[in-house]
Design a protein around this ligand. Structure first.
Ligand code: HEC
Length: 200
């Protein structure tokens, strides 16, 4: 009981102090809102500038740009821009493994030991692990090739994405990727994903 009383005393003392401080606030407080202009940091962006940064592609394909690219075009681009780091088949490395949708996903895979023998390094790949094909486009466009991100045109990114999906046996030789075909490619990892994209 005594404890309760003392905490009540402390509480009301705190309230009183808070009230006193609030009353003591200078009447000019709102003027501080203008501070950023005085400091001179930042600048407003216009719609075109914002658009150049708003390049996120959503899992369902929302925000995919116009344009297209085929597996055939992508194969040539892959050789030129990607092979050196990811290997001819996308499994050799030295950089991250891109291909191999062979079901090698986790510790529960009963054939894991055999697969480790076949692919001792970088056993998980984009093809096996990424649940949405649209993310491949987003990632490659913003981050690859590693030494020159954002250097590929949208058509080239569509083509390289088509090639990457083809290396994973997810699309046919003649496939053409664009904003309507790409979201329809079903990745094997989607079924193994904890929560699927609920949509916008
Ligand atoms: C200079 C070397 C280099 C080149 C060239 C390159 N990459 Fe990469 N790539 C990397 C590295 C390093 C990573 C890992 C980056 C990280 O995790 O931050 C990576 C990661 C990736 C990933 C994600 C892998 C994962 O599992 O997270 C994809 C997809 C990819 N690259 C595709 C491409 C494509 C397509 C090209 C050609 C247009 C390309 N890369 C060219 C070095 C390269």
């Amino acid at each position: 009981m005594r404890k309760l009383q003392s905490s009540r005393v402390r509480l009301s003392a705190g309230l009183l102090m808070g009230l006193a401080m609030a009353l003591a606030l200078p009447a000019t407080a709102p003027a501080q809102v203008a501070a950023p202009a005085i400091i001179g940091l930042g600048q407003p962006l216009d719609a075109a500038q914002i658009a150049s940064y708003a390049i996120t592609i959503f899992p369902d394909g929302r925000n995919l740009p116009p344009g297209q690219g085929s597996v055939v075009q992508g194969a040539a681009l892959y050789q030129m821009h990607c092979l050196a780091c990811h290997g001819a088949k996308g499994i050799e490395g030295p950089a991250a493994r891109l291909a191999g949708s062979d079901g090698f996903m986790g510790w529960t895979d009963p054939l894991r030991v055999l697969r480790i023998k076949k692919y001792p390094l970088l056993v998980q790949s984009v093809g096996a692990r990424w649940p949405y094909a649209t993310t491949v486009f987003d990632y490659v466009r913003r981050a690859m090739p590693y030494h020159a991100p954002k250097s590929l045109t949208d058509d080239e990114v569509y083509a390289v994405t088509a090639q990457l999906l083809h290396m994973n046996d997810l699309v046919a030789d003649g496939a053409v990727m664009n904003r309507s075909t790409l979201p329809r490619v079903v990745m094997p990892a989607l079924a193994k994903t904890v929560s699927a994209w609920p949509g916008p």
